[in-house]
Write a protein that binds this ligand. Structure first.
Ligand code: ZN
Length: 275
């Protein structure tokens, strides 16, 4: 297994690096995913771009926060609700480092993404289990999946990542299904996570009892469209989260959800009021 270690240079003194804080923004892009990670040492990360029609929203959200370039961009897997606007992102920002799983998909939006990658001279790094990226001395990203070369379902190629920020940890499941989940449980150990971004918009294709038992998340975010045609999130998944006392935040109810982490505690800010 090859482990790629990427150090993103930061000119701040060592003392400040240990105190780097971070925010995770789960953008309300309806029935899609777009997650922005910002660190107080000035690193910007984008995980997925939303769907085809979300480009404008995601680009202006980042621009309004003063983002000019992205240190790291992850396309979790080539479904339209994750990469539909990725070409817009690559045209709008300088991207230092780009990761996606090795799987091709014969769709117009996938082709658009590949063309945009070529046009902008971007190198594709393979998103796969074992890859680690350091954003600050105290903020580390590790890819937990995919760990196999071939899967039946495109969702199982999803780049699943864990972010460790001092004592806080975040598990972002993208659309990983139960096959990938079983493999990543082996890699995960018994370390609990503070927050899980629930797989596949809350579909009952993952988020198993076993995953919740092992990861013991206190909070969960579900990125899901209002009155979506799939009926997500599923009742089964919501029940499992409830049984495990997980506090759930949903973009269809709360709009964009911002999680602020100081390495010890989490603060949740939502666009719409929490009832
Ligand atoms: Zn999806």
């Amino acid at each position: 297994m090859t482990i790629v270690m990427l150090f993103l240079f930061s000119p701040q003194p060592a003392e400040a690096l240990w105190k780097t804080n971070m925010e995770l923004h789960f953008l309300d892009v309806g029935q899609a995913d777009a997650i922005y990670l910002e660190t107080s040492n000035g690193k910007n990360v984008l995980i997925d771009s939303g769907d085809e029609h979300d480009g404008e929203k995601v680009v202006s959200y980042l621009q309004n926060r003063g983002v000019e370039h992205l240190d790291l961009v992850i396309a979790t897997h080539p479904h339209h609700d994750h990469i539909g606007s990725m070409d817009r992102i690559l045209e709008s920002f300088d991207v230092d480092s780009f990761y996606m799983p090795t799987v091709t998909y014969h769709t117009s939006y996938y082709k658009r993404l590949i063309n945009s990658i070529d046009r902008n001279g971007i190198v594709i790094h393979e998103a796969k289990a074992g890859v680690k990226v350091k954003l600050a001395r105290n903020i580390k990203i590790e890819f937990l999946a995919p760990s196999k070369k071939r899967y039946k379902s495109l969702n199982d190629y999803s780049a699943v990542i864990r972010i460790q920020h001092n004592k806080n940890s975040f598990l972002l499941m993208a659309d990983a299904g139960v096959v990938s989940e079983r493999q990543l449980l082996k890699r995960l150990g018994d370390d609990p996570v503070d927050l899980i971004k629930v797989a596949h918009h809350g579909a009952n294709t993952g988020t198993t009892k076993e995953l919740l038992r092992r990861t013991k998340p206190k909070h969960a975010v579900i990125s899901v469209g209002r009155k979506n045609k799939y009926g997500y999130p599923s009742k089964e998944v919501l029940n499992r989260l409830k049984k495990n006392d997980v506090q759930v935040f949903r973009t269809d109810k709360l709009g964009t959800i911002i999680i602020k982490s100081d390495g010890k505690t989490l603060k949740v800010l939502t666009e719409l009021p929490q009832s």
